[in-house]
Design a protein around this ligand. Structure first.
Ligand code: BG6
Length: 485
């Protein structure tokens, strides 16, 4: 099964922060893969823009190195195409807060192609770029801008950011990236939910016991300590990525798969979230191990009370979900790198096979990474003699099997989203009001633990998080699914 690749329109894509970490790790390798797949048109132009002085040749070398380092197996295999890709790449030194470079950049842009500006820089620079794009006449009524998270730090700052961008760009021009929405399985979740009749009648609190969303990482905060210590897992992951996953599970079917229809439905979910009782929040911080430093060492802040792990029990006040808890959990330095959404259905009302046959629950597991795929646990009779014993078997929709040898070709979230920007499709991007609603729900929780001066619970690196997180579910007679790759 090889995916059909339809080339996008010719474009000029300017990457502000073109020498930065995100550009080198994700954006440029992603664009290279789209080039190799034949999706990038022959005369597309990628223009790196940053403060440092480089000529085109030097920048191409930076891009080449980045692709070799971060492009993965496919980049190695397609290394022969790298020179062809680099012909599309050029560079302009631009002073984002000043005047220099803007006219030169304007001179590089063509009039009759899609024009997109990727703000791959800190949010404090968004306003400066937006303003200068207008002042120097680079922004047209059809240009698109792409902005990265963190989109604000709280409701107030997100409002300010929205207002800053809105001064120069219409909402239809603003692409707020949440890269989780670009993941293959996340989109498949929508296909499974809204492309099949099978699940919909069961997709509610009458049949679903609870939902678990886990995004576990094995890495610590690495070199991002300064940013992370001001954010923590709640701001870094829950307010955006886990919230988006929750929305896709909980939302009503939109009338169409179009940007506003989808985002209207997600917004309704966010607005229906209950405030979370503080007994239903567990925050943790990884402790030092034999080989590795603690969170506090990593962020160089011996008194930090920022969480590197969080687990919450979230309730949704609407007809479909009242009474069904959504348990969310995410953290750094956990046992395995895995992201999973598990929809756990209720027990059968009565077991006709008797208790000795065992009791089983259907679980729809949506595995985002690694091994993207969806499995449905179904109960059947254990094969062979020995009476009526029940056993769970997975109905496996793992994409790796379905895709066969092309499995590693599953596009990275970023490359897909960048192509959507060029296509002008905002469905997988967050709308301004959605981001504000997410902060409006998040802020009081953060204010709550800050005013109670709560200190996160320590947990061992390589574990499943603090003991209290296990208790969060045990108290409800439930248990977390194992964190394993
Ligand atoms: C980012 C967070 O948005 O997502 C990081 O800032 C986190 O802290 C990353 O590591 C996880 O993304 P992925 O795609 O590796 O699951």
């Amino acid at each position: 099964m090889v995916s059909r690749v339809i080339p996008v329109e010719t474009f000029d894509l300017v990457i502000f922060g073109g020498t930065g970490d995100l550009a080198r790790r994700k954006i440029l390798p992603g664009l290279f893969r789209r080039f190799c797949s034949g999706q990038m048109p022959d005369n597309a132009a990628i223009i790196g823009a940053a403060r440092s002085e480089h000529d085109d040749a030097e920048y191409r070398q930076i891009v080449r190195d980045a692709i070799v380092e971060f492009g993965g197996a496919q980049a190695k295999r397609d290394a022969g195409m790298l020179d062809g890709f680099l012909e599309h790449v050029s560079y302009v030194a631009v002073d984002i807060k000043g005047e220099s470079g803007w006219m030169a950049l304007a001179g590089r842009l063509r009039g009759d192609v899609v024009r997109a500006f990727y703000f791959s820089v800190g949010p404090s620079l968004f306003g400066d770029i937006a303003e200068r794009l207008h002042a120097f006449g680079l922004a047209t009524s059809d240009s698109r801008i792409v902005v990265e998270k963190p989109f604000g730090h709280d409701l107030e700052s997100a409002r300010t950011l929205n207002a800053t961008l809105a001064k120069h760009f219409a909402e239809t021009q603003i692409y707020r990236i949440d890269h989780y929405l670009g993941k293959e399985t996340v989109q498949n979740l929508m296909a499974v939910r809204f492309g099949n009749m099978l699940f919909e009648p069961l997709w509610n609190s009458q049949y679903v016991d609870h939902v678990q969303i886990t995004v576990a990482e094995t890495v610590g905060v690495g070199g991002r300590g300064a940013y992370y210590d001001k954010s923590g897992a709640m701001r870094d992951m829950v307010q955006n990525h886990l919230m988006q996953l929750l929305c896709l599970i909980a939302m009503e079917a939109p009338a169409k798969f179009d940007p506003d229809a989808v985002r209207d439905e997600k917004l309704k979910v966010i607005r229906a979230l209950n405030p979370v009782d503080y007994h239903h929040i567990v925050r943790g911080q990884y402790a030092a191990s034999d080989h590795d430093p603690s969170y506090r060492d990593d962020v160089d802040n011996a008194r930090s009370t920022t969480e590197s792990f969080i687990a919450l029990k979230v309730m949704i006040s609407n007809w479909r979900w009242a009474g069904t808890p959504f348990y969310l959990r995410t953290g750094k330095k956990l046992r395995a790198r895995t992201s999973e959404i598990a929809v756990v259905f209720k027990d059968t009302p009565h077991s006709i096979f008797g208790e000795e046959a065992g009791r089983h629950r259907n679980v729809l597991s949506i595995q985002l990474q690694p091994n993207e795929g969806i499995t449905l646990g179904v109960t059947i009779k254990e094969p062979g003699p020995g009476g009526m014993r029940l056993v769970d078997v997975p109905l496996d929709m793992t994409f790796a099997d379905a895709l066969g040898p092309d499995a590693e070709e599953v596009p990275d979230a970023y490359e897909r989203l960048i192509m959507d920007v060029i296509r002008g499709n905002q469905t997988l991007f967050m709308r301004g009001d959605e981001v504000l609603a997410a902060w409006a729900w998040t802020d009081p929780l953060i204010q709550g633990w800050t005013s109670r001066r709560e200190v996160p619970k320590p947990y061992d690196a390589g574990s499943s998080g603090p003991e209290d997180a296990l208790m969060l579910m045990h108290r409800d007679g439930r248990r977390w699914r194992d964190i394993r790759a």
